[in-house]
Design a binder for this molecule. Structure first.
Ligand code: ADE
Length: 240
């Protein structure tokens, strides 16, 4: 099943993608997403990224974004009003609204590929004990978790999500092959890679990689990828 309730794809592959992140910690997103590949995606015109402070959509003097949970219990819950106001001011007909939460569906390379065709992604970062459930029910198209652990700050999860999606946009990776050969692009993990020196502290690069026999190198890489998948991800290995 698609992770999306609704999903508007870009009309052409070269159209610029817009991503808006709504967070209590804008710098946690701006710094990592401004570096390297993500920075290049923005300067190359593949991406328009904006990071917003949720507190800008509060109406009170203290910019309150959370409150105690109805029914009692520990921690605080993020209030619905600022989140609705933020999304409603940013969204268009073409927007897909995502909530980063450990209660979401597990993020995967397949989902990254699906989201990489979107026209406009609005990513809400959860914090505290959670987000008022009316946000999930009435505002959000997809709830996404980046793994079975709890972060203090959904902004970090948003960075992971946006990085995985944006690197799949056309022209973002320098070497067009590299996304196709990634782990999870097929159903195997990538095999090992080596570079110079051929002998490092007595640990030698496998002879086959220096042999120039392309077919044998390809077969070796496949065997190594299978071995690594069996060892590290038996859940993916099946009958290998
Ligand atoms: N916020 C806190 N933990 C998270 C997780 N594992 N995935 C997404 N958002 C989160």
């Amino acid at each position: 099943m698609s992770p999306l309730r609704s999903h508007r794809s870009r009309k052409t592959n070269t159209e610029r993608v817009r991503v808006d992140i709504i967070t209590l910690f804008p710098d946690s997103c701006r710094v990592p997403l401004g570096e390297s590949m993500m920075g290049r995606a923005q300067t190359a015109g593949a991406l328009t990224l904006q990071v917003h402070n949720l507190r800008d959509w509060t109406g009170d003097r203290h910019h309150v974004v959370d409150d105690a949970p109805f029914g009692g219990g520990p921690g605080m819950v993020m209030k619905p009003e600022p989140i609705f106001a933020a999304v409603e001011s940013l969204r268009t007909e073409a927007s897909t609204v995502i909530l980063m939460t450990p209660q979401g569906r597990p993020f995967s390379q397949k989902m990254a590929r699906e989201f990489s065709t979107a026209e406009h992604l609005i990513v809400i970062c959860g914090h505290y004990e959670g987000v008022d459930h009316r946000v999930t029910e009435h505002l959000v198209d997809a709830e996404i978790s980046i793994g079975d652990y709890v972060l203090t700050n959904g902004a970090i999860a948003a960075v992971v999500f946006v990085d995985a999606v944006v690197r799949l946009l056309p022209g973002v990776l320098g070497h067009e092959q590299s996304a196709a050969e990634d782990s999870f692009a097929g159903d195997l993990l990538e095999g090992p890679h080596y570079t110079r020196p051929a002998d490092f502290r007595g640990w030698k690069v496998p002879d086959i990689l220096l042999s120039g026999h392309h077919a044998e190198i390809a077969a070796w890489r496949k065997r190594e990828a299978q071995r690594r998948t069996r060892e590290n991800r038996p859940d993916l290995a099946g009958d290998l």
